[in-house]
Each structure stands twice: as structure tokens, then as C-alpha cells.
Design a protein around this ligand. Structure first.
Ligand SMILES: *[C@@H]1O[C@H](CO)[C@@H](O)[C@H](O)[C@H]1NC(C)=O
Ligand SMILES: *[C@@H]1O[C@H](CO)[C@@H](O)[C@H](O)[C@H]1NC(C)=O
Ligand SMILES: *[C@@H]1O[C@H](CO)[C@@H](O)[C@H](O)[C@H]1NC(C)=O
Ligand SMILES: *[C@@H]1O[C@H](CO)[C@@H](O)[C@H](O)[C@H]1NC(C)=O
Ligand SMILES: *[C@@H]1O[C@H](CO)[C@@H](O)[C@H](O)[C@H]1NC(C)=O
Ligand SMILES: *[C@@H]1O[C@H](CO)[C@@H](O)[C@H](O)[C@H]1NC(C)=O
Ligand SMILES: *[C@@H]1O[C@H](CO)[C@@H](O)[C@H](O)[C@H]1NC(C)=O
Ligand SMILES: *[C@@H]1O[C@H](CO)[C@@H](O)[C@H](O)[C@H]1NC(C)=O
Ligand SMILES: *[C@@H]1O[C@H](CO)[C@@H](O)[C@H](O)[C@H]1NC(C)=O
Ligand SMILES: *[C@@H]1O[C@H](CO)[C@@H](O)[C@H](O)[C@H]1NC(C)=O
Ligand SMILES: *[C@@H]1O[C@H](CO)[C@@H](O)[C@H](O)[C@H]1NC(C)=O
Ligand SMILES: *[C@@H]1O[C@H](CO)[C@@H](O)[C@H](O)[C@H]1NC(C)=O
Length: 416
């Protein structure tokens, strides 16, 4: 029988580079040899339901975190090595590893949280322990090296996010201490922060902050009570917002594309106002409000509200403007804009729309009525018309010239 024992050495009151996120050291041992060791700071953002609303809380991995020796293991033929850290009443963070001989990686990231813990989840409308798992985390490094990442990296796990920062981690360890050779993650600048022992074996890394490209177009609608649709929308959406990053101690900018199949829609339809609420994985909520002027029979997008949770932000991000005037169209018509449009909401938040078509009022057949197109589309459509007209003109001129020329030469031939 094997005896597993583990220890969690705690770096007391070690305030992470910034702010008050504690760094924790966690070790999994088998006999006298350490197989997994992690030194890291982590914070969590969890969304849960109260009886009346949805709420998000953020909390750090506390310095009282310990390794759960019963569930952690160095792995066997059948099972992978697993580090399970427990904290508070029934909360846990798990990292399981896999290797192919030359690389090792975090195979899955597990978060377990106890909604019965009312001091962390006040007014939760359900109780008990929730377990969420994310595979393909993207943390990997060359075997016999330490994975090192100072920059925060955020992972979405179910309705929660986990943000690691200042992380040193190794599994399948050849010795009892972290290997001096490090694999620096892609987010970190290799030149300035790399310790002298760092070898050139930089592999790895989590979601890189590259521009997300054009968002996929989604189809969203709002249902009236009995299954008929009262608001229709098709669009690709890209959020552009800035927020204060706790771990980086500065304002950062983020571009976020809504992923249609992770986004749910809801809303309401009333006589002179309609709202479309899009929620992506309970982390990002966008609320569009359309207003109808029943005198002029014109409607427009009058308000946008954003609520977004970033584990790294000091507070949930919220932005709202209810005196907007976008997407103007006429009752009984839909509004369409294939060109990219930027809807400025507040200085820290704007929305880029792509291939958009909406109809917030008088939807009768579950289908869009005739579209009124935005000026940009009309301008774009003018280009082929102008080019076409110019070409037609040219053809005409050539034809006339040819006919005249033919007539002349014919006449000339006759005189000879
Ligand atoms: C954050 O940055 C400001 C100025 O950039 C600095 O004064 C402050 O000390 C920093 N805070 C932390 C916790 O490093
Ligand atoms: C662990 O180390 C102690 C002392 O260093 C030694 O007596 C003991 O046999 C070792 N146990 C194992 C399982 O290697
Ligand atoms: C919150 O409630 C909504 C509907 O009542 C449900 O769809 C959602 O899954 C719940 N979210 C959580 C985190 O339990
Ligand atoms: C995650 O890894 C642990 C340990 O290997 C395993 O017990 C668990 O089933 C895995 N979960 C998923 C969803 O793969
Ligand atoms: C969840 O929290 C409650 C209240 O703090 C506690 O009584 C319960 O034992 C916890 N559950 C687990 C599995 O630890
Ligand atoms: C391990 O995986 C990496 C990346 O997928 C690959 O480059 C490498 O060749 C693999 N090594 C072995 C021994 O399969
Ligand atoms: C890793 O280190 C161990 C012990 O030093 C050695 O036996 C093993 O061959 C090394 N593995 C690789 C892939 O370098
Ligand atoms: C849905 O409600 C509308 C008016 O409220 C009614 O005209 C229509 O017949 C209802 N449709 C169904 C399928 O019940
Ligand atoms: C995002 O917003 C910033 C500031 O408002 C702006 O400079 C930048 O060009 C925008 N980026 C995109 C892709 O819209
Ligand atoms: C979402 O769509 C992408 C591509 O369209 C697909 O690869 C992915 O599996 C889908 N995810 C879910 C949760 O359906
Ligand atoms: C969306 O905004 C409208 C108008 O401000 C408001 O009445 C509605 O309650 C909001 N919906 C949600 C889900 O916040
Ligand atoms: C509705 O449109 C009419 C005519 O364009 C205008 O006079 C009136 O102020 C508008 N009402 C509102 C509430 O905007």
C-alpha cells in the first residue's frame, strides 16, 4: 500500500506583486519524493443565483489553502497525477496532469465551490457543492522544466473563472525541488523577467491576448408568452472595453467576441419599448433597449447596458447609456447593416457590430420584414452601380466609335 502525504507550505502574508492576492505553495508527495509542486496566486469569480437575481462574487485562493492528501496523487498506470487544494468550507481547486514523454500539461482544471457557505455566497437560492471542470486549459511545459508565468491567465470553468498569476508549477518532477530550467509562458516577456538559469525551451501557454478577429454571426430572438417571436436579431458582436486590472495594476483593454452557441437570449416586448438581453456563459450580459415613437412610427436603439465579470477586475464591469440613438428605422421594417458599425456607449465601452439585422417591433411571421439599410451599406452598394454605369458608358462609346468608323470606311470604299 502506498502512503501519500502532502504538505502545503504557506508563504505567509506574501503579497503578490500587486494587491492582496496571496501566494500559496502546494506539494504532492509519494513517499519521500515530490511529484507535483505549485507556487501560485489564484482568484476566482463565480456567478450564482439568488432568489431574485444573478450575482457574481470574487474571492482569492486564501493562504490557509492545503493539499487534500486523500484525493491528490502522483498517478498510477491508470490514473493521472492530481493536485487537489482545499480551502474554506468545502471549496477545492484541482489540477490533473498528463504527459507524452517530452511535454507535460494540465489535462483538466476543476473547481468545486460550496453554495452553502453563506459568507462567500450570500443569499444563494440553492445549496450544496457545485463541481465544474475545464479540459484543454493550455498550460504546458517541457518535461524536467518548471512552468513559469508571472502574467495573469484566466480560464473559464463552467459559470466561474479562475485566474492564476505569478505561477510556478511542475509535475512529473525529477527531484524534490522545482527544476531550475523554466518554460516561460507566452504572455511573459522572456528577456526582462527571465532568470539567468532559463533555457531556451519556451513552450506553452494559455489563451494569448491576440485580436479575436471578426465575430461569428448569431441569431437571437425574444419570445412572447406563447411561443411566437416578437423581436428578431442577427448579428456578430464584438465588445471593446477597458477595465482596471487588479493583478497588472493598470487599465487594460479587452476585445471580446460573443460566441453565438455560448450565448442565450431573452428579453421583453412592450408596446413602445423592447429589450434584448444576451448572456454569454453567465459572465457577460448585454441588454439592448429599443424605443418606438408611436407618433412618428420610427424606432431606434436607445440603450445598451453591459455587465461583465473579469476575475482580474476589482469589481464587475458595468457600463450603461440609456440615451443612445442608433439603428434608426421605421415600424414594420427591419434595420440592416452589413458593414461594420461602432456603437459608442460610454468612453470605456463600445460595441462593434457585423452583418447586423434587427426588428424589435411588429414581428408578425417570425421573419424579418423589408430592411432599411444603413448609409454605409448604401454607399458600398453605390460603388458597383457607379462602376457598372462607367463600364456601360465605355462600351457605348466604343460601339459608337466603331459604327462611325465602319460607316466612314464603307463610304470611302464606295468612292474609289
Ligand atoms: C500601482 O501603480 C501605481 C502607479 O502606477 C503605484 O503608485 C502603486 O504603488 C501600484 N500599486 C501596487 C500595489 O503596486
Ligand atoms: C524517507 O526518508 C527517510 C529519512 O530520510 C528514510 O528513513 C525513509 O526510509 C524514506 N522513506 C522512503 C519511502 O523512501
Ligand atoms: C440561474 O437561474 C437560471 C434560470 O432560473 C438558470 O438557467 C441558470 O442555470 C441558473 N444559474 C446558476 C449559476 O445556477
Ligand atoms: C479530471 O482529472 C481527474 C484526475 O485525473 C479525473 O479524476 C477527472 O475525472 C477528470 N475530469 C474530467 C472531466 O476529465
Ligand atoms: C458547505 O458549507 C456548509 C456551511 O458552511 C457546511 O456545513 C458544509 O459542511 C459544507 N459542505 C462541505 C461538503 O464541506
Ligand atoms: C508531445 O506533444 C508535443 C506537442 O503536441 C509534440 O510536439 C511532441 O512531438 C510530442 N512528443 C512525443 C514524444 O510524442
Ligand atoms: C528528466 O530527468 C530525469 C532525472 O534527471 C531523467 O531520468 C529523464 O530522462 C529526464 N527526461 C527528459 C525527457 O529529459
Ligand atoms: C399567442 O397569443 C396571441 C395574442 O396574445 C394570439 O393571437 C395567438 O393566437 C396565440 N398563439 C397561440 C399558438 O396560442
Ligand atoms: C477599442 O476602443 C479603443 C478606445 O475607445 C479604440 O482606440 C480602439 O480602436 C477600439 N478597437 C476596436 C477594434 O474597435
Ligand atoms: C460552438 O461552435 C463551434 C464551432 O461552430 C464548435 O466547435 C463548438 O463545439 C460549439 N460549442 C458548443 C458548446 O456547442
Ligand atoms: C434591460 O433594460 C431594460 C431597460 O432599461 C430594463 O427594463 C430591463 O429590466 C433590463 N433587463 C435586464 C435583464 O436587466
Ligand atoms: C416622436 O416623433 C415626433 C415627430 O417626429 C416628435 O415630435 C416627438 O418629439 C417624438 N417623441 C418622442 C418621445 O421622442
Amino acid at each position: 500500500m502506498r502512503v501519500y502525504y502532502s504538505s502545503a507550505a504557506l508563504i505567509i502574508a506574501w503579497f503578490a506583486v500587486l494587491g492582496c492576492i496571496q501566494a500559496v505553495t502546494l506539494e504532492v508527495k509519494e513517499g519521500n519524493s515530490t511529484c507535483i509542486k505549485a507556487e501560485l496566486s489564484a482568484s476566482f469569480s463565480v456567478t450564482y443565483n439568488t432568489s431574485s437575481s444573478t450575482r457574481t462574487v470574487q474571492f482569492p485562493l486564501p493562504d490557509s489553502t492545503t493539499v487534500d492528501t486523500a484525493s491528490s496523487s502522483c498517478g498510477t498506470e491508470e490514473s493521472s497525477p492530481w493536485l487537489v487544494a482545499v480551502f474554506g468550507p468545502g471549496h477545492a481547486l484541482g489540477l490533473s496532469f498528463s504527459t507524452n514523454g517530452s511535454l507535460y500539461s494540465v489535462a483538466n482544471l476543476t473547481l468545486q465551490y460550496n453554495l452553502s457557505d453563506t459568507s462567500t455566497f450570500p443569499d444563494a437560492n440553492s445549496s450544496g457543492v457545485i463541481t465544474v471542470v475545464s479540459a484543454s486549459v493550455g498550460i504546458s511545459a517541457t518535461i524536467n522544466t518548471t512552468y513559469h508565468c508571472v502574467s495573469p491567465s484566466t480560464f473559464v470553468v463552467g459559470g466561474a473563472t479562475v485566474t492564476f498569476s505569478d505561477m510556478r508549477l511542475e509535475a512529473y518532477m525529477p527531484g524534490n525541488e522545482l527544476s531550475p530550467t523554466e518554460s516561460i509562458c507566452m504572455e511573459d516577456p522572456t528577456s526582462s523577467t527571465a532568470p539567468p538559469t532559463t533555457a531556451g525551451t519556451t513552450t506553452t501557454a494559455a489563451p494569448a491576448p491576440t485580436p479575436p478577429g471578426t465575430p461569428e454571426r448569431g441569431t437571437y430572438f425574444v419570445n412572447k408568452g406563447n411561443g411566437t417571436q416578437c423581436l428578431l436579431a442577427q448579428m456578430g458582436l464584438q465588445l471593446n472595453f477597458t477595465y482596471f486590472s487588479h493583478s497588472q495594476n493598470k487599465t487594460v483593454q479587452e476585445l471580446l467576441n460573443l460566441t453565438p452557441n455560448l450565448t442565450t437570449s431573452s428579453g421583453s416586448c412592450e408596446a413602445s419599448s423592447a429589450s434584448l438581453v444576451l448572456t454569454q456563459e453567465q459572465i457577460t450580459t448585454l441588454n439592448f433597449t429599443f424605443t418606438l415613437n408611436s407618433t412618428s412610427k420610427k424606432y431606434h436603439l436607445s440603450g445598451i447596458t453591459l455587465l461583465a465579470d473579469r476575475a482580474d477586475a476589482t469589481a464587475p464591469i458595468s457600463a450603461s447609456n440609456s440615451s443612445l440613438d442608433y439603428l434608426r428605422s421605421t415600424l414594420g421594417r427591419s434595420y440592416m447593416c452589413n458593414a461594420e458599425q461602432t456603437l459608442a456607449v460610454v468612453p470605456s465601452f463600445s460595441l462593434n457590430t457585423f452583418r447586423l439585422q434587427v426588428q424589435p417591433f411588429q414581428v408578425t411571421t417570425d421573419q424579418f420584414d423589408t430592411a432599411e439599410e444603413c448609409q454605409m451599406d448604401q454607399d458600398l452598394m453605390l460603388i458597383p452601380i457607379i462602376v457598372g454605369a462607367a463600364l456601360a458608358g465605355l462600351v457605348l462609346i466604343v460601339l459608337i466609335a466603331y459604327l462611325i468608323g465602319r460607316k466612314r470606311s464603307h463610304a470611302g470604299y464606295q468612292t474609289i
